[in-house]
Design a binder for this molecule. Structure first.
Ligand code: MG
Length: 372
């Protein structure tokens, strides 16, 4: 019996037309198309000098990856995180070292491919993220659907994103807050001995809700409790990573003495790292660059949800490639801090946009990026 005869025998044209569409989807035959990969370093110029407790800089280098296969090119990006001793040059070398593996993968097997990449390449999570994003962009483009659709998500469910204000003088802080007028919620970086002055500067120009990120800046648990309780009185919604990542016990102590939710960032690096955080934190901040891409981010989000924790998507300073990839997952999470592309002056692409703080996903296939 050929397919047409089988369709006739099993019930009519309606089912047949659905099946015909299904059968014609590309890739289901799972042939292995040839893959070519390219990794380069892009220097992104910052609009403002960016300062946190960890670093201060005027530019950021990110890894850009291109995967070409079967007539389609997927793009990916990873921003190396200094906190984890990563830099773009080492990431590029790490990708070069596994090129023989990458060239033989079937990009339709993006899950298996990244499992193999995680085994073959220790560390280098930004490089992993760049590879994973390129694979997912490629798959979405081949299927001709946006990434959010490939993941079964409704683009109407995207949260608002905060806009981050780095540590600076009170005068520059006030100027940055004014520039961020269109964002309904701000994220303020603290963790130095200027915290009170920073918050006072912000509050001198806006009454908006604030979220505060201490980036592991408070080393003393009593100081952390004092600061968090003071921040509660300043209209702050939650605190991100108040104490160093390894101080889980102390953070648990702090959490039992404050009302504000505490979100893990530096302490939550992978899906398997979340379980031990459960009593110390109320939620986790998931970043593609930190955990190694879209697929591990999804696992982190699902693990956190299954443990009853809040979920957040964050980003590093990066172009629209990485930020748009994260934004496609954002219908899944409670909070978003996806502003890394807004902090740079030479974004090579347009992708996700922001309207009154809400993330608006592009409609094109894959990530939906357009070159500038
Ligand atoms: Mg953070």
């Amino acid at each position: 019996m050929n397919r047409r005869q089988w369709l006739k025998a099993t019930g009519g044209l309606g089912a047949g037309s659905v099946l015909a569409n299904w059968v014609s989807l590309p890739g289901l035959a799972q042939e292995r198309p040839a893959c070519s990969w390219d990794a380069s370093i892009t220097r992104l110029k910052l609009r403002h000098t960016w300062t946190t407790t960890m670093s201060s800089s005027e530019y950021r280098d990110t890894l850009q990856v291109r995967l070409s296969s079967d007539g389609v090119t997927g793009v990916g990006e990873g921003a190396p995180i200094v906190r984890y001793h990563e830099n773009a040059e080492d990431g590029k070398k790490a990708i070069a070292s596994i090129l023989p593996l990458l060239q033989t993968v079937n990009p339709w097997h993006f899950e298996k491919t990244m499992t193999d990449v995680f085994r073959a390449m220790p560390g280098q999570f930004a490089a992993k993220a760049a590879l994973d994003i390129a694979l997912m962009d490629w798959a979405g483009k081949k299927m001709n659907v946006p990434l959010y659709q490939l993941l079964g998500l409704d683009p109407a469910d995207t949260p608002i994103t905060t806009f981050s204000i780095g540590i600076d003088t009170p005068e520059i802080t006030r100027q940055k807050v004014r520039e961020a007028e269109s964002f309904p919620v701000l994220k303020i970086k603290v963790g130095l001995d200027t915290d009170e002055a920073t918050i006072a500067a912000v509050r001198s120009v806006t009454k908006k809700p604030l979220r505060v990120d201490a980036n592991e800046g408070w080393k003393d648990k009593e100081e952390a409790v004092r600061k968090i309780n003071w921040l509660e009185s300043q209209g702050v919604e939650f605190i991100e990573q108040p104490m160093p990542a390894e101080m889980i016990e102390e953070t648990r102590w702090v959490r039992s003495r404050v009302h504000l939710p505490i979100i893990a960032d530096e302490a939550a690096v992978s899906a398997s790292s979340i379980r031990k955080l459960i009593d110390a934190y109320d939620g986790v901040n998931v970043k593609l660059d930190k955990c190694g891409g879209i697929q591990e981010s999804l696992r982190m989000i699902y693990v956190a949800k299954s443990l009853g924790m809040k979920t957040m998507l964050g980003c590093m300073v990066s172009s629209s490639v990485s930020v748009t990839a994260a934004a496609h997952l954002s219908p899944l999470v409670d909070y978003a801090d996806l502003d890394g592309n807004l902090l740079i002056a030479n974004d090579p692409y347009t992708g996700v946009t922001v309207q009154k703080g809400k993330l608006i996903l592009p409609e094109g296939p894959g990530l939906g990026l357009k070159p500038v």
